[in-house]
Write a protein of this length. Structure first.
Length: 130
């Protein structure tokens, strides 16, 4: 389940390309306020650690990682909503978030984000069972 979070790396690189093309605001990228790529990179590190050491990460560190992952995900979701060309728009008036309203980028808020969110909750639930 931890491996699911590796998807955050290509997603963040895609968001950066969309910014360069003028489809989303910079605040939605890792050069702005989106640090979600760090969770994807750290997932790779944790998986390598678990493979090499043949043991799991300490529970408190893994719980902390999940909480930070949920926080980063929440921040980017809020930024994305408030950067969209909607009546509630608060950010990025010069370059609103228009890419995520179009195919195939609409899969990000409708599929990828829910899968990542559910994965965090399931990982936390798994921690509480043991």
């Amino acid at each position: 389940m931890l491996g699911i979070h590796i998807i955050r790396i290509p997603v963040e690189l895609c968001l950066y390309q969309l910014f360069l093309k003028g489809q989303i605001p910079e605040i939605m990228t890792f050069t702005g306020w989106n640090f979600d790529i760090l969770i994807g990179l750290s997932a790779v590190v944790i998986l390598i650690y678990q493979y090499v050491k043949k043991k799991n990460l300490a529970r408190q560190y893994f719980l902390f990682w999940n909480v930070i992952g949920l926080l980063f995900l929440s921040v980017i979701v809020i930024i994305a909503i408030l950067s969209s060309p909607l009546p509630i728009q608060q950010f990025a008036f010069e370059q609103p978030n228009i890419a995520l309203l179009e195919f195939p980028y609409s899969f990000l808020p409708t599929c990828i984000v829910p899968i990542v969110l559910i994965s965090h909750f399931l990982l936390i639930k798994h921690l509480k069972q043991f």
